[in-house]
Design a protein around this ligand. Structure first.
Ligand code: SF4
Length: 181
């Protein structure tokens, strides 16, 4: 599918920006995993989509290495000020909704794509981790950070801005679409 058509689908899903992703630029960094382990977001070891439940960095690398091209998708929100937590949460919720819509639009076209989101999986009110297997293994999504990606690096190496000025917030996800031949 041409990038113009993917951009059209992305806009239809609600994203602010859609850009081509060269999967060879993706670096999975142990330092990012260490940030997860510091548990700043309080989700470490609490959800199948987050470390360590989402698998070792090497397993993530094996999944990512199968792909050559994809897209980066962003939702940019306006904040009243830098402390506008409500605005941040609203933008995050909107991004997750856009991501879910885009996943539904792309899955029939790319049945083997790898969809990597933002934040932990929130499909269930309460995750089964670690007591029982994931309820929806085909519908749960790990974040770019859980994969060890530094979102700013991936954006920069694919010519997509990450910062859109004061009183804005952006959430980024990606869809790895084309498998290597
Ligand atoms: S789908 Fe449910 S059980 Fe699976 S990772 Fe998401 S929240 Fe947890």
């Amino acid at each position: 599918m041409r990038i113009e058509e993917l951009k059209r689908l992305g806009k239809q899903a609600g994203f602010t920006h859609i850009a081509p992703l060269d999967c060879s630029t993706i670096k999975l960094l142990p330092e990012v995993r260490q940030m997860c382990a510091s548990n700043a977001c309080h989700m470490y070891d609490k959800n199948w989509s987050c470390p360590p439940g989402c698998g070792a960095l090497q397993e993530c690398e094996e999944r990512v290495q199968k792909y050559s091209h994809g897209i980066l998708v962003q939702t940019v929100g306006e904040l009243e000020d830098s402390m506008d937590g409500e605005g941040m949460m609203e933008t995050e919720a909107a991004h997750k909704a856009h991501f879910s819509t885009m996943e539904s639009l792309l899955r029939p076209l790319y049945p083997h794509m790898l969809a990597i989101g933002a934040g932990c999986c929130t499909r269930c009110t309460s995750c089964t981790y670690p007591d029982a297997p994931c309820r929806f293994p085909d519908k749960s999504f790990a974040s770019m950070e859980a994969y060890g990606m530094l979102v700013t690096q991936v954006c920069q190496d694919n010519n997509l801005p990450y910062y859109y000025g004061p009183c804005t917030i952006s959430y980024t996800s990606c869809f790895l679409l084309t498998e290597k031949l």
